[in-house]
Design a protein around this ligand. Structure first.
Ligand code: SF4
Length: 337
């Protein structure tokens, strides 16, 4: 079944429910796909009228945020859409449905290639889970136009795949330029900051490409403004996530110690859903995010007080040079969870 631009693989879900004889099933959609939830639920329900289908209506931003810890013993299966699994132990069976996009990738890549300088010979290629099933088509499109294409697996990611918190697939590529196939700017920004190469976004949803340089410059200026403002802080809140895939307990403890050693106050705040309103009661001057690395960057304008990444905190405390600015990552290893 295809609803809107995504393939929800209803047959795979129904087979899994039958195979494990599940009675109670919870469906977990990321924010961008929640509008399809009722349609997907109804379709499954029609095929399996005796199964209880429940939609998880809480926010969900990644495979780091599985519904299995919220459900009680009555739930037999979590169906988690649009993300690839992370090496996280789960409390009940989880079926990952990647919900691949059907959008064309060829036209935006051809548009991106048309913008490259004549001396470009080698192209690095990365994309997200939404488009990863078309990676061979992307490689062919680039190779057919005379370029050498390089990809890497990274740690915990597929060939040519990046997550918003994991850019390991792109760090060691020796290439002239990187093409990022996907929408939005955040992943492309990460690729830019980790490679220092020219990065072109080939956006399948608009069928065109665009440069990331101007956006990257703007974000860097904003980050340095936040770092400068945090330089006046005397007290810091270290935000620790209770979501399994975002929990960095040891890092939170390490940052607390680091802040105190520099003579400032530090408190650790444990949170599940993180929002500006929930931080208002705390009389602290700045916050450090050990949960999802995207929050400090993407949601920066929503917070009145500076919200820093751990690496930005090091700059504030004089333990890292401005020239050594880097984005935060959460690389989950099998042995961690
Ligand atoms: S931590 Fe953030 S970037 Fe990483 S998978 Fe979770 S939501 Fe995505």
């Amino acid at each position: 079944m295809a609803t809107l631009n995504y393939d929800y693989k209803i047959d795979v879900i129904i087979d899994k429910i039958k195979k494990i004889d599940a009675t109670n099933v919870i469906l977990q959609f990321p924010e961008g796909l929640k509008s399809d939830a009722v349609s997907v639920s109804n379709t499954i329900q029609k095929e399996l009228p005796d199964v209880n289908i429940i939609i998880d209506a809480d926010p969900c931003f990644g495979a780091c945020d599985l519904a299995d810890i919220k459900v009680n013993k009555h739930i037999d299966l979590v169906v988690h859409f649009a993300h690839t699994p992370l090496p996280i132990r789960t409390d009940c069976p989880v079926l990952f449905i990647e919900a691949h996009s059907t959008a064309d990738v060829e036209a935006p890549i051809i548009d991106a290639l048309s913008k490259l300088d004549d001396d470009v010979k080698t192209v690095g290629l990365v994309t997200t889970t939404q488009h990863i099933h078309k990676i061979d088509e992307m490689i062919k499109t680039i190779r057919d136009r005379g370029y050498d294409v390089k990809l890497d697996n990274g740690q915990g990611t597929g060939k040519g795949q990046v997550l918003g918190c994991n850019f390991t697939s792109i760090k060691n590529l020796d290439v002239d330029v990187v093409i990022y196939v996907g929408s939005g700017d955040f992943h492309a920004l990460g690729v830019k900051l980790f490679t220092n190469k020219k990065v072109v976004v080939a956006d399948p949803f608009i069928g065109k490409s665009r440069d990331i340089e101007e956006f990257a410059d703007k974000i860097i200026r904003v980050r340095f403004a936040r770092i400068t403002k945090a330089g006046d802080a005397k007290s810091f809140g270290i935000i620790m996530s209770s979501k399994k895939g975002q929990l960095r307990f040891d890092l939170a403890l390490k940052l607390k110690e680091m802040i105190r050693q520099q003579g400032y106050e530090a408190q650790i705040l444990n949170m599940d859903y993180i929002s500006p309103d929930l931080l208002l009661p705390y009389n602290l001057d700045a916050f450090v995010m050990t949960a999802c690395p995207r929050i400090a960057i993407d949601d920066s304008a929503m917070y009145k007080k500076p919200v820093l990444t751990p690496q930005e905190l090091e700059i504030v405390l004089g333990l890292r040079d401005w020239d050594d600015y880097m984005m935060d990552e959460i690389i989950i290893h099998d042995e961690q969870l």
